[in-house]
Write a protein that binds this ligand. Sequence first.
Ligand code: ADP
Length: 251
Amino acid sequence: MIEVRNLTRTYGKKANTFQALRGVSFRIPSAATVAIIGKSGSGKSTLMHLMGGLDKPTSGDILVDGKTLGDLKRRDMDRFRAQDLGFVFQSFFVEANQTCYQNVSLPLEINRIPRRRRQKLAEQALEQVELFDKIKSKASTLSGGQKQRLAIARAIVNSPKILMADEPTGNLDSATGDKIMELLFGLNRRLQCTLIIVTHDAELAARCQYQIELKDGVIVHVRKPQTAANKEAIDKSRTAVRRTAPERPII
Ligand code: ADP
């Protein structure tokens, strides 16, 4: 479960301050799919960076499985980021001069995973994104879609609890974008990781169970999946309307 409580983030100082987030709160259960949507400048990346522990809020809290990120000591925060999070951020792009294997095994080296295990996990991650045949190729030789798949392989190699992606289909043609979408949703199902996507892509957002829409640093709309209880209540009220409808006088 990820819980965001009254989060604010102010950039700059004195006369130049800008409030990028102005009190954002929501909860997401584990293994959910979530789209963070809104126009450019609405605060999406700021929110994502805070949830990934890459930046600190001005006020408010983020709790992951009951742990408040702001309370973590630096070492624990580094461990949380290295072990529990996977990022597919455009700014964290692949290392062009390194092979696919080197790119994917990097997070494992940081986590001090022994070489044999590293090799196995890196191969598995490349297989998941169908890049096993490119294991020895330099990242610079890959197409745009393949590079994005490589970035995803690197993000999932640690089997993260939470996978975050910033505009994962942004620079891709629609057929390649569709494949990346399928891959991300497939990984969410297979690995049971919470998938959080910042996107402008309406189709991608619509496929997520949760949609959180930001405008000027506040949430203007949340779409949640129907729970069994509220679905039943909605169905009942619909049935009640249908039953009473014929009894109304016809004007
Ligand atoms: P989005 O991802 O929705 O495009 P951002 O979260 O990147 O929006 O930015 C939200 C607002 O905060 C924007 O107006 C942006 O200019 C401002 N902003 C983002 N980063 C900084 C920063 N480091 N310093 C000052 N303002 C910033």
